[in-house]
Ligand binder design. Sequence first.
Ligand code: ADP
Length: 342
Amino acid sequence: TSFWFWKKRYSRKLKRSAQIMKMFGIDLLSPSQNKTNTLDKWEIPKENVVVNRRLGEGAFGMVYGGEAQITSGQWTAVAVKTLKSGQSMEDRLDFLSEAEAMKKFDHKNIIKLLGVCLQNEPIYTIMEFMLYGDLKTYLLARRNMVKEKFTDESDISPKRLTLYAMDVACGLAYLAEKKYVHRDIALRNCLVNAQRVVKIADFGMARPTFESDYYRYNRKGARKLFPVRWMPPETLALGLFTPASDIWSFGVVLYEVISFGSYPYQGLTNNQVLEYVKNGKTMHIPLGVKPQLEGLLKACWSQEASKRPTALEVVEYISNYPRLLTPALEVPATSIELPESQ
Ligand code: ADP
C-alpha cells in the first residue's frame, strides 16, 4: 500500500477514536480512571443489572439475558452485551461505537439501547430483550410447520412472513431517514420479540451515510468475516456502502425469509459468490414465488444502485400486498457456468 493510502487510513482511524472518546468522556485505555468523569446519562449502576443466562456469543463477548432497573424501580427483561476483558483498544472502540450508534435511534423496528455500564470491567451495553432470538434460527426451527395446515395467525403464514419483511423494511426506512447505513443487513441480525415484532440489531458495522465510502476491506484484523453473500457488486468490487447496498441485502433477507433460513447462493463457496455477483449475476428466484415478490427481488438486486428502490418505496410496495411472501422451501442451487475456454 502506498504512503498516501496508509496515511488516509490512519488519520481516519485516529479521527474516529477521538470522536468516540469525546462522546464518552472517558479514558478508553484505563477505565479505572474514569470515576471522576461526569456520568453519561445512559450509565446504569451495575447493581441495577442482574445477568442470569447466556443467549449467544457475540463478536466481542457473551450476550446474556437478565433483568435491569432502568429508570423507575421496575425490573425489566433485558439483553446484556459484554466486552471480554483484555480486548484491544480497537475492539473497545468498535464495541462502544455500536452503543453510540444505537443511542441515536428510537423506532419500533430497531433494537433499543436501554443503558450502558462503563464504569468498571467487564463493560456492558443493555438492550431490550428479544424473546425469540434471531429470525434465522426462528424460521429454521419452524420449517416443518410448512407442511401442516396454518391460519393467518400462524408463525409462518404468508401474512406473518410478509409482516416480518415489512418490519425490516420499516427499520431500514428509519435508518435511511436518520442517514445511517447498516452494512450488515442479514436474517441473523434481525431479532424477534415476544409479540413477534422483528427489529434490526447488530450495529457494529453501522456508519453515518457520509462516512459510507469507508473501505472496510482495508481494515486490519476485522473480526467478522465479510457478509459476502449479502453484498451487492459495488460493495464487493469497490467497498462502497450506501443506503442502496442495504437494499440489496434486504433482497437477500427476503430470500432468506421465504426459504426459511436457507443459505444464500447454495452450492457456491464465498469466493465463487464474489466472482458470480461481480459478474453481474443474481440468485435464482425460487419456484412458486409470487410475481409481485419476484419483481421486488429483481428491483432490490438491480446492478445499478440508483435503480434499486428506496426503503420507503419498499415499505409502500409491500403494504399493497399483505400476503406477498409465501414459503418456498425448495430453493434451486446456484450454479456457475464455466467460461467457454474451459
Ligand atoms: P454481535 O453483534 O456482537 O456479534 P449479536 O448481536 O449477533 O452479537 O448477538 C449474538 C446472539 O445473542 C444473537 O444471535 C442472539 O441470539 C442473541 N441476542 C443478541 N441481542 C439480543 C437481544 N436484544 N435479545 C435477545 N437475544 C439477543
